[in-house]
Design a protein around this ligand. Structure first.
Ligand SMILES: C[S@@+](CC[C@H](N)C(=O)[O-])C[C@H]1O[C@@H](n2cnc3c(N)ncnc32)[C@H](O)[C@@H]1O
Length: 127
């Protein structure tokens, strides 16, 4: 298990540890090329503001870039990044924003990731 200086564990077992904190700060404190898997469900580029803070789809890639650079730095060459992200509708229109596709292109063309798989899941509530 790799200790991260300056952060305390929220939960810990012999298999690993959970750290509660701002992931931007936790990532910066982490050694490079030490992580096998990053699985994240970041705030989406929603039109409706959430209490935990979310940026608009138009500026989403710029906001995400500093996280992406840290993801790339801490992942091993054999590591994987899995992002759970939701699509959004454009305000007042029956059409979708392309922001999550722009994010994918930025990750591959600017940061250096390779697309291994995309998975689109649509769900509905059972009535
Ligand atoms: C879309 S929600 C994910 C919800 C989660 N998948 C779930 O099912 O509960 C985004 C989450 O990211 C958290 N978050 C936002 N910015 C963060 C940051 N810089 N570091 C760590 N967590 C952050 C928010 O508090 C929120 O819980």
């Amino acid at each position: 298990m790799t200790r991260i200086k300056g952060f305390s564990s929220f939960y810990k077992t012999s298999l690993g540890e959970m750290i509660q904190g701002d992931s931007a700060e936790v990532l910066k404190a982490r050694k490079g090329s030490t992580v096998d898997l990053i699985m994240t469900s970041p705030p989406f580029g929603l039109i409706r503001k959430k209490k935990y803070g979310n940026v608009h789809a138009d500026v989403y890639c710029d906001w995400f870039k500093s996280f992406a650079q840290q993801f790339y730095r801490v992942l091993k060459n054999t590591g994987s990044l899995v992002i759970d992200i939701g699509g959004i509708w454009k305000n007042g229109q029956p059409t979708r924003s392309l922001y999550q596709f722009k994010l994918l292109i930025m990750l591959c063309e600017e940061i250096g990731f390779h697309l291994a798989q995309d998975l689109i899941v649509a769900t509905t509530l059972k009535h």
